[in-house]
Design a protein around this ligand. Structure first.
Ligand SMILES: Nc1ncnc2c1ncn2[C@@H]1O[C@H](COP(=O)(O)OP(=O)(O)OP(=O)(O)O)[C@@H](O)[C@H]1O
Ligand SMILES: [Mg+2]
Length: 390
């Protein structure tokens, strides 16, 4: 059976690694064989668990394994031929060796290869639960969201490309002074495309895979999480919970009073932006979240008796269909009654009010020039239509 796969993402420093490790400990304690996988080269997972963690799953407790993927090794395994070919080409063109090496690895590529561990665990079925501590903001997840383009390459371009390249090789060398990529390079690219398609299927299986957004109750952090939420929805990745970490408790006292007020306002924004996705919270502890007792405390606060491995919310809450000159947005509003609807678009932000419920969402940049033209509510979801730039 496919393992339950949970990806944690969010802005830098908000508590992704802590919450991922706490989730893994809580799931393992509930009797599930669990691995927590980190793609962070800073080895923060080992620090937070206070154990040694290798690049393969390392036993770190009862039913619990941890893994810090060695991005460099994954790159070498998967991308060596491309690196060699591109590197030589750049060197021939006078780029110095260090820059050439940098240039052969597009940004996010190492993270992407690290994420292929998800596919490995999916195929091996050794663990019941796979928890992934992702890079900030889940940029890499975007790279996994173009399976149609990838499929097209695979079907239309690759079958012909090696024959075409073989035919063009002498010409390219003689006339363009350029070495065309060989079979090994094509193999690397082809394997990558296949992997992207497979990963996309794994992550869009909403019965088993979901993303959880970690944030602190700070305006800028929340705004970034909202942008991530929008594109996760648009690409069909399920967000089944958001975690607001480091919330000042009531007893924080007068000195932090104004901070607490601001946090409460940000928490209201979080509810307005993410409902009906459950909003889980954890307090700002008096000490770092390091070691088993603190991680278990964090797990208990975040899940408050919920099953950490459950799919905590099913169904995408937004869906956007963009046509050439119009677009339609579906927005779940399960708690609203039929009533007055008001819409306001400020830049890329859409503010929707239905029957006293306020929902705000960040539209994707592609809708920047679109204007909302109408809205209807069918009792469970709001449908907003947009007209494109004329
Ligand atoms: N609820 C909390 N109360 C107090 N300290 C916390 C809390 N959550 C996390 N921390 C501490 O905040 C720091 C950052 O947390 P963590 O490393 O989990 O964040 P991160 O999002 O993984 O960061 P990065 O983006 O650098 O990977 C750590 O020192 C951690 O122990
Ligand atoms: Mg981290």
């Amino acid at each position: 059976m496919a393992p339950r796969t949970i990806l944690y993402t969010g802005k830098g420093g908000v508590g992704k690694t802590s919450v991922a490790a706490a989730t893994a400990r809580t799931a393992a304690a509930a009797g599930i064989d669990t691995v927590v996988v980190s793609t962070d080269p800073a080895h923060s997972l080992a620090d937070c668990l206070e154990v040694e963690v290798g690049s393969d799953p390392t036993a770190v407790g009862e039913r619990l394994w941890a893994q810090q993927v060695a991005a460099q090794e994954e790159m070498e395994r998967n991308w060596a031929a491309v690196q060699e070919w591109l590197g030589e080409m750049l060197l021939e063109r006078g780029v110095d060796r260090i820059s050439a090496e940098e240039l052969t690895v597009p940004p996010g590529m190492d993270e992407l290869f690290s994420l292929l561990q998800i596919k490995r665990h999916h195929e091996e079925e050794r663990f019941g639960c796979v928890i992934v501590d992702c890079a900030p903001t889940g940029e890499t997840l975007r790279l996994l969201s173009f399976p149609d383009v990838a499929r097209w390459w695979l079907q239309k371009v690759f079958p012909q490309s090696s024959q075409m390249l073989n035919a063009a090789r002498p010409f390219a060398k003689a006339v363009l002074d350029m070495t065309l990529p060989g079979e090994a390079v094509l193999d690397d690219v082809q394997r990558l495309v296949r992997n992207l398609i497979a990963m996309n299927e794994i992550l869009r299986d909403n019965e088993h895979a979901s993303v959880r957004l970690v944030m602190t109750p700070d305006r800028m952090v929340v705004d970034e999480a909202r942008r991530t939420f929008t594109y996760l929805n648009l690409y069909g990745y399920l967000t089944d919970a958001v975690i607001v970490n480091r919330v000042f408790p009531e007893e924080v006292g007068a000195y932090f009073g104004p901070w607490r007020e601001r946090q409460l306002a940000a928490l209201a924004d979080v509810e307005a932006a993410f409902a009906p996705v459950p909003v889980l919270r954890a307090p700002y502890f008096g000490e770092e979240v390091v070691g088993a007792p603190m991680l278990d405390l964090l797990g208990a606060e975040v899940f408050a008796g919920r099953d950490p491995a459950a799919v905590l919310h099913d169904g995408l809450t937004q869906e956007l269909v963009v046509g050439a000159d119009a677009a339609e947005l579906r927005l779940d509003l399960p708690f609203a009654e039929k009533g007055d609807i008001s819409l306001k678009k400020i830049g890329l932000e859409l503010v929707v009010r239905v029957d006293g419920h306020k929902r705000t969402l960040m539209l994707p940049p592609a809708l920047g020039d679109y204007e909302p033209t109408g809205a209807s509510f069918d009792g469970a979801a709001l449908h907003v239509t947009f007209d494109g730039p004329s």
